[in-house]
Design a binder for this molecule. Structure first.
Ligand code: ADP
Ligand code: MG
Length: 333
């Protein structure tokens, strides 16, 4: 049985369709990322899972049970938003203990749970600090500890890292991932950051314009994007032409920049290009090439060691080779 399933959800706001016929399911313990550009409906979908929003059509099943119309309090999830949303007048420990019912837990138990959950997020030394005395990353860890303190069955995260600076964000990525596996909690995280989704998700669900474009593991989606939109949204893609296939339809041919190699001399099936620009990225160079036979840009990523052995310069003519076995085809257009 699926731990969580969404079946044909549609949601409109007045005459605007925010979600259109969304279906997917999640296994117990999975980490799912909902990924897509701003405005594609991610938050609305998460709010429907949480019970904060009602769909016009479709259902939400938890453990096979229809929960579509259950209020949030009866759904057993923890939630963390982009803004830390901690109570400023409560300490970290008090924030974490806040949701624990005094009728269910004694004062000592609440304190103990708060400390245990702060330890889980490596903040046991900060229990008595107020939010204003914590960094953004620490506040977000408190929010995470608070969400986990109630022992929820599901964890819902809405862009929890977006407000943090780059280094903290990457550190927290790893920490959330570790924590999620340690606790074994089924998690749905919303993000518009493709790197974040690729690095954290067991499976990702790519959305665009209120619809699911593709669902799969990060590797699947990167290597075998099902549409030009997905290929372009997750990483960079070169569209290099099209070809007719036996049934008469056209097929677009595309290739990732890391699968374009550059040679000083022409060879079989290389394309003559001129180097437009070079961007140094540390471990690699992003080279922008312009085909000399037509007005078409081609991106190539060359790792720095290779580049050093055979440097190229802007304006130079070089010959691009597409790694044949890495070419991606898009059918049906
Ligand atoms: P995302 O989280 O992917 O950026 P949202 O789910 O927040 O997108 O919003 C999807 C679309 O629905 C947006 O165009 C947004 O303006 C619209 N929308 C969201 N909530 C409401 C609302 N309560 N009333 C009207 N429109 C809304
Ligand atoms: Mg959002």
């Amino acid at each position: 049985m699926k731990h969580l399933a969404v079946e044909q959800i549609t949601k409109t706001f007045q005459d605007f369709t925010a979600l259109k016929d969304i279906s997917f399911s999640i296994e117990k313990g999975e980490f799912i990322c909902l990924l897509g550009p701003s405005g594609c409906g991610k938050t609305t979908l998460l709010r429907i899972l949480a019970g904060l929003e009602r769909p016009n059509k479709g259902s939400v099943l938890m453990n096979g049970r229809d929960m579509t119309h259950l209020p949030p309090a009866e759904r057993n999830f923890g939630i963390v938003f982009q803004s830390y949303a901690l109570f400023p007048n409560l300490t970290a420990a008090q924030n974490v203990a806040y949701g624990l019912n005094p009728k269910q837990f004694s004062k000592r138990e609440r304190k103990e749970k708060a400390l245990n959950n702060l330890t889980l997020v490596n903040l046991e030394n900060m229990a008595d600090r107020y939010p204003a005395q914590l960094s953004g990353g620490q506040q977000q860890r408190v929010a995470l500890a608070r969400a986990l303190a109630m022992n929820p069955e599901f964890l819902l995260l809405d862009e929890p890292l977006s407000a943090l600076d780059a280094q903290v964000r990457i550190q927290l990525r790893n920490e959330i991932k570790r924590l999620q596996k340690q606790v074994g909690i089924t998690t749905v995280m919303v993000t518009h950051d493709q790197e974040e989704a690729l690095s954290m998700a067991d499976r990702m669900i790519v959305m665009n314009n209120a619809k699911v474009e593709q669902a799969g593991t990060p590797q699947d989606i990167y290597d075998r994007p099902s549409s030009p939109f997905v290929a372009d949204f997750i990483g960079t893609i070169n569209f290099v032409g099209d070809q007719l296939i036996p049934n008469g339809a056209k097929e677009d041919i595309a290739v990732r920049p890391e699968h374009v190699t550059v040679h000083p001399l022409p060879a079989d099936s290389t394309l003559p290009t001129r180097v437009e620009s070079l961007e140094y990225r540390g471990s690699s160079y992003r080279v922008v090439l312009k085909q000399t036979t037509r007005d078409h840009v081609l991106y190539a990523d060359i790792d720095t060691d290779t580049f050093k052995k055979q440097p190229i310069t802007v304006g130079e003519v070089v010959y691009a080779e597409l790694q044949e076995d890495k070419v991606i085809f898009f059918h049906g257009r």
